[in-house]
Design a protein around this ligand. Structure first.
Ligand SMILES: C[S@@+](CC[C@H](N)C(=O)[O-])C[C@H]1O[C@@H](n2cnc3c(N)ncnc32)[C@H](O)[C@@H]1O
Length: 343
């Protein structure tokens, strides 16, 4: 298979690519520092990283992804930049370990482009989509963890309801969870088509008629988020990222789910605020200092043309920030390879 960027675009189109590349290129230009170190926490098929490497001479990249198949394709795509990219199959919540292995105390740019890739969604064998019948798997890292078959066939009805209500934001969560437990009592649900049929049947006919999407859309998204602990991963990543961002370093987060965007928004707002004491105190007792400067007041969205071209871009929310103070930066920049620095 030809692994050129053009061909890869058939497998997954990077969202808001021009905006992301411009953002990091401007940051690199301001810092004027070589090497410019970039953490792509969700490398996927490497589309964003390819753009960054084309725009920023001397950039070095650490690309993480849980998905071995995506990493293999990214490796092929990024061959022209051999030596500039380090690949790791890892969950992004564990990014500090990967940075430490390289001896990178700090990075100058970080991108997290959350969720799934079209490659994952479009492959029946991965079990992410009800549009293609396949085994009910949904794991991004097929080496690890409980898959969707186990979750769907063993979780208590209350847990299923909570997952579908909170992650799927589906008002029919109770009915769907009950329908799943009734169906699995007769025989285990093992394929995406089986599960989609159960959910569809659980939906009241009036709702089915009103709904713009297939009734199983939200349930599938919710189960995928639970199987991969997506909000938990995002929370851990956000908690850990600022101390590893160099002074003036830039952070971009793209999310596709309102729950995740709320997490990012809250985190950015808190990190960009100085004192967090309750109003009315005459002296600050919390000692909190702003560690980020927000570079986009509101979440940015893809252009209408991009939304037209790439339906995945319709729900994308992009938030941008820059590291403020120098508290964690060391004179001389990043530590040499092999250093055992811990923040
Ligand atoms: C939207 S795609 C990224 C696409 C990429 N920016 C590109 O240009 O090709 C999201 C990727 O993040 C990966 N991913 C999602 N959650 C992850 C996690 N917690 N840790 C590591 N990778 C994760 C998925 O496997 C998927 O390949």
């Amino acid at each position: 298979m030809d692994m050129s960027g053009k061909n890869m675009a058939c497998l997954h189109l990077p969202v808001m690519l021009a905006e992301i590349v411009r953002f990091f290129a401007a940051g690199a230009e301001r810092r004027g520092q070589v090497p410019w170190r970039f953490l792509d926490a969700t490398l996927g098929l490497g589309g964003h990283t390819e753009g960054v490497l084309q725009a920023i001479a001397g950039a070095q990249v650490l690309g993480l992804d849980r998905d071995g198949e995506a990493l293999a394709l990214a490796r092929e795509r990024l061959k022209p930049f051999a030596g500039a990219v380090h690949f790791r199959q890892s969950a992004f919540a564990g990014f500090t370990g990967a940075l430490d292995e390289l001896g990178w105390a700090f990075v100058d740019g970080v991108l997290l482009d959350a969720g799934v890739s079209s490659l994952q969604l479009d492959k029946a064998a991965r079990g992410f989509s009800f549009l293609r019948d396949g085994p009910l798997d949904m794991r991004m890292d097929t080496r690890q963890g409980e898959n969707a078959t186990t979750l769907v066939n063993t979780a208590p009805v209350k847990k299923l309801q909570e997952i579908i209500r909170v992650y799927g934001e589906d008002p029919q969560a109770g009915r769907i969870a009950r329908a799943i437990t009734e169906a699995r009592a007769k025989s285990p649900l093992e394929s995406t088509a089986q599960l989609a049929a159960v959910v569809e049947k659980a939906y009241p006919p009036k709702w089915r008629a009103m709904s713009r999407n297939h009734p199983a859309t939200r349930t599938f998204m919710a189960l995928r988020m639970a199987v991969n602990d997506e909000p938990g991963q995002l929370g851990m990543f956000l908690e850990r990222i600022v101390p590893r961002l160099a002074h003036g370093g830039r952070l971009a987060v793209i999310s596709f789910h309102s729950l995740e965007d709320r997490m990012v928004k809250h985190f950015f707002k808190t990190a960009a605020t100085g004192c967090l004491c309750p109003p009315g105190l005459s002296l600050c007792t919390c000692g909190h200092k702003a560690s980020l400067r927000l570079l986009s007041k509101k979440a940015l969205e893809a252009s209408p043309e991009e939304k037209e071209r790439n339906p995945r871009a319709r729900s994308a929310k992009l938030r941008l920030a820059e590291r403020t103070e120098n508290a964690f930066s060391l004179p001389g920049g990043n530590l040499p390879a092999g250093s055992s620095f811990r923040p």
